[in-house]
Write a protein that binds this ligand. Structure first.
Ligand code: STX
Length: 325
């Protein structure tokens, strides 16, 4: 991730959790969660990206620790949740969007929280929309960044060659592990590679998949971000989980998340989008804004995808500060 120094003066100082635990969600899965900030503050749940990226300590920094009760959760199979999907016997049959929505709701009840703010970027925005549209009564506000809704054209843009128009150099690295004959359906081809039991096949595929994604998240190259994401075990879980969700289109009907917004238009919402987001381009945030005009729509003109982009981080913090007041 970007170094702390980059975000000093934009986000809150780094803090430690005062509570860490795992929730047994059944299916042999244990979901890591932690609480930091003010135990009597306004509850917020942070939903990380990927899916499969896990949370990081700097994710606590979007929230005023004096005013927020900050909950971070590692979604099934990644981060500190177990079993970790880098394991050779990784089995993703109990890992779908709707399992994650149920896990979030289970955690809310476990923590005795009536309503909470839901803060999610990228995949986290898709999960936040899925959760809010399923349990609108549990959501006090929504903060969404880098909107992603897993529609066909979004997946094709990033994983089937659209963004190659901007990054032909990096795209060669994404194609490299895939046999030439299989390059017309890259998500499917990657599915075979990532779930091959041989680490000599699945590890390089996972690293190539993750390197492509990590290299295109920021307006300017960020080698530290790429290096941290492309480490073998982390990349394997990330690429497998993402690929599994994308092969299955998130278990959504096409356009389900945007069509479903009528259920949540009463919820105070901020949408933050980088103009030069190459991973989840602005078309999706725009479609959401059109369907949900009550939400505040903030376009950051000099930013890519990542929440660590200074303009994005500042807009997110402004949103959480306003909702805390
Ligand atoms: N995946 C987009 C996403 O949620 C299509 C995502 N990509 N990278 C990230 O998230 C991290 C920056 C969180 C690793």
């Amino acid at each position: 991730m970007k170094t702390q120094t980059d975000l000093d003066g934009i986000l809150y100082a780094e803090i430690s959790p005062h509570r860490e635990d795992e929730l047994d969600v059944g299916d042999g899965q244990r979901v890591y969660w932690e609480e930091s900030g003010n135990p009597d503050g306004k509850p917020v749940i942070f939903l990380h990206g990927g899916p499969g990226a896990g949370t990081s300590p700097w994710h606590r920094r979007f929230f005023d620790p004096e005013r927020y009760r900050i909950v971070l959760m590692d979604q099934r199979g990644c981060g500190r949740s177990t079993p970790h999907m880098s394991a050779p016997e990784a089995d993703l049959q109990h890992n779908t969007t709707w399992h994650l929505v149920a896990d979030i709701e289970r955690l809310r009840r476990e923590l005795g929280i009536d309503t909470w703010q839901v803060f999610g970027g990228s995949w986290g925005s898709a999960l936040a929309l899925a959760y809010a549209e399923t349990h609108p009564e549990a959501v006090s506000e929504l903060v969404l960044r880098g909107v992603f809704t897993l529609r066909r054209h979004e997946l094709e843009w990033f994983y089937e060659g659209g963004a190659a128009a901007v990054f032909p150099d990096l795209w060669e690295g994404f194609l490299a592990p895939v046999p030439v004959a299989e390059r017309s359906h890259l998500i499917d081809a990657y599915h075979r590679l990532l779930f091959d039991p041989d680490p000599a096949v699945h590890v390089p595929a996972a690293v190539a998949w993750t390197t492509w994604e990590a290299s295109t998240l920021t307006l300017r190259p960020d080698p530290t971000l790429v290096e941290s994401m492309a480490e073998d075990a982390r990349a394997t879980a990330f690429a497998r989980i993402e690929n599994h969700f994308f092969v299955n289109r998130g278990w959504f009907e096409e356009d389900q998340l945007i069509r479903g917004v009528d259920a949540i238009r009463h919820i105070p919402t901020v949408i933050v989008q980088g103009r030069y987001d190459m991973c989840t381009p602005m078309m999706s945030a725009w479609d959401l804004h059109r369907a949900f005009p009550e939400a505040e729509f903030v376009v950051v003109d000099d930013a890519g995808h990542s929440a660590s982009e200074p303009g994005i981080a500042a807009a997110l913090r402004a949103a959480t500060d306003r909702f805390a007041a």
